[in-house]
Design a protein around this ligand. Structure first.
Ligand code: 9MR
Length: 566
């Protein structure tokens, strides 16, 4: 049965519309400062200049849904391997019932971004459905042949798909064959058969054998070496050997990696680093980051030193999506970007090893303007602010929020790539303070802006309602000016007047006001609209201001702004 071919033109259109979405999500504040990122020459440019590929293992979910993930994926890499989407359980979960959506998604992304694809993986003892594992020898052989013919055949005419992992992890650590269901049913014959069937399905693809813990010279890598030599002597089409390179800083770097790659290269095969990640014992520290960065440097240097090494695939790129913490408790942070897509020292190491000169920019962006609130409802507010500027470019903003009108702690509630943000899910008739800060392309962070206080409306669907946000314009030892206090009609119909109430700290006195009439009772101040600014259509806003004197050295300001109609 011939499966449908990939329809690249339709998919390109779909990817373009996805790319238009803006990324706005809640993220934790990163623990460590980040290293230079987008200010550096992209890895793919540097690697290509050295005749190598630099790739990543793609996870289908963020590739479809996260603009930040896609941006790095397409900017930094010229090669991609499907982390899971091409495995047997993903493509043929039951006999001759095929699902190509994830595999096609990755191939389409690669085509759209001029990336080469490595198919991973045809024959593996994991992520192979139960219906295959239980087959007898004849039926298993047929199943393998069909699976390879259909899956490899599907992309055989696609120039982007250049190579396949035909068999994966066939050895035990001591170099004996792993007694997988493949081996137990078919003996080692399945290996040569799989390579021959893959060659028949795509005569042009490089066909690889892939494994872990074979980076240095040891019993397992020597067994691999002997197998490749013997298969090639029998004209079995083994073109390439993949060294996964799931490394860990606590076990040391395999210092004979280059020598090992060279002995395989001497067999006439291409070699490649296929699943590079370097985990640490969490949490990160600067010292662990530095060791990890050195290991990444070592791995890139090993490949650069061996002409037969075609390139390096990193097993993901952001710590947000990595298999490591799920498998090794208390270990992780194995990749070159952190969970917030900030480049780590490991990124700088890879960039530098490929010949880049990442910027050493340390200049922070200018402080963003105080956020201005609008569209206040009982559960949401829109914030916008004057954008920051920066010598290497502002990449986005962090939005911080504290509860109430004073005290509490500011925590990050979201990020935005533009100078505006909409915060939803708020409680009715509740005060919040917001600040923003900017990030630049080199990972520098600006000072935080001044805060704006927002009080959500009472809600209840009466059609009325207003909100007030106050900004401290200037202050000195003995006083301050609050300007503007922005009054917004947050309801769905016009209002004919408004009253803003707020509290003065002890010892503070209003010494002047404009665009509203202020009356004071104890520490509570009531501001009524002036004759000319009481009428506000739905969504419209107006402003007033006032000046206060305070005891010398007191740093408190008026707080607790709430608005009522009329
Ligand atoms: O990263 C993959 C993870 O998402 C899967 O859950 C896991 C299933 O075993 O496979 C991971 O990728 C493996 C790769 O396919 C083969 N070499 C080891 C990788 C890490 O386990």
């Amino acid at each position: 049965m011939t499966p449908p071919r990939v329809r690249i033109r339709d998919t390109r259109r779909r990817l373009a519309s996805l790319a238009a979405l803006t990324l706005v999500s809640a993220l934790a504040v990163p623990a460590l400062s980040a290293a230079p990122a987008a200010a550096a020459t992209p890895l793919r440019t540097l690697a290509a200049a050295k005749g190598k590929f630099i790739g990543f293992a793609a996870a289908t979910n963020p590739l479809a849904n996260e603009a930040a993930y896609r941006t790095i994926a397409q900017t930094e890499f010229n090669q991609v391997t499907a982390e899971n989407a091409m495995k047997w359980e993903s493509t043929e979960p039951s006999d001759n019932s095929w699902t190509f959506s994830g595999a096609d998604q990755i191939v389409d992304f690669a085509v759209a971004n001029s990336q080469q694809v490595h198919g991973h993986t045809l024959i593996w003892h994991q992520q192979t459905p139960g219906w295959v594992q239980g087959l007898g020898a004849t039926a298993m052989r047929t199943a393998i042949q069909d699976h390879i013919a259909t899956l490899v055949g599907r992309y055989a005419d696609n120039a982007a798909l250049v190579s396949w992992d035909v068999v994966n992890e066939v050895f035990n650590e001591d170099g004996t064959f792993r007694t997988s269901f493949w081996y137990n049913t078919l003996g080692q014959s399945y290996i040569a058969d799989a390579f021959r069937w893959a060659r028949a399905a795509d005569p042009n693809a490089k066909l690889c054998i892939n494994d872990y813990n074979v980076e240095g010279v040891n019993a397992k890598s020597t067994a691999m070496y002997n197998l490749v030599q013997s298969l090639r002597a029998q004209n079995v089409p083994v073109d390439c050997v993949g060294f996964q390179s799931h490394l860990a800083t606590q076990y040391g770097f395999p210092s004979d990696m280059r020598q090992n790659l060279e002995r395989f290269a001497a067999l006439g095969v291409e070699v490649r680093i296929t699943e590079l990640d370097i985990r640490i014992q969490t949490p990160r520290t600067s010292a662990k980051d530095a060791t990890q960065a050195q290991y990444y440097t070592n791995a890139v240097n090993a490949c650069l030193a061996v002409p037969a090494c075609s390139g390096i695939t990193i097993w993901g790129f952001t710590d947000k999506y990595s298999w490591v913490p799920d498998t090794f408790p208390s270990e992780g942070a194995a990749l070159i970007y952190d969970e917030n897509y900030q480049a780590k020292p490991a990124y700088t190491a890879v960039n530098t090893a490929f010949g880049g000169t990442p910027t050493t920019d340390t200049q922070a962006p200018t402080t963003p303007g105080t956020p201005v609130a609008s569209g206040i409802t009982s559960s949401s507010v829109n914030l916008s602010w004057t954008a920051s500027t920066d010598n290497v470019g502002v990449t986005g903003y962090d939005i911080l929020r504290a509860p109430g009108t004073s005290g509490g702690t500011f925590t990050q509630v979201g990020t935005s790539t533009t100078a505006s943000f909409s915060n939803t899910g708020l409680s009715a008739n509740t005060a919040y303070r917001y600040q923003v800060r900017a990030r630049d392309a080199a990972g520098n962070v600006s000072a935080v802006s001044s805060a704006v206080t927002v009080t959500t409306t009472t809600g209840g669907g009466t059609g009325g309602g207003c909100g007030a946000t106050a900004t401290v314009q200037t202050q000195w030892q003995t006083g301050y000016v609050i300007e503007p206090v922005r009054v917004t009609n947050s309801g769905t119909s016009a209002i004919s007047g408004w009253t803003v109430t707020f509290t003065l700290p002890a010892g503070h006195t209003v010494t002047g006001s404009w665009n509203a009439t202020l009356t004071t009772s104890g520490q509570t101040v009531t501001a009524r609209n002036a004759a000319y600014n009481g009428s506000l259509g739905a969504g419209a806003s107006t402003t007033f201001g006032f000046q206060v004197s305070r005891p010398n050295g007191d740093t408190a300001t008026a707080s607790g702004f709430t608005c009522a109609t009329p």
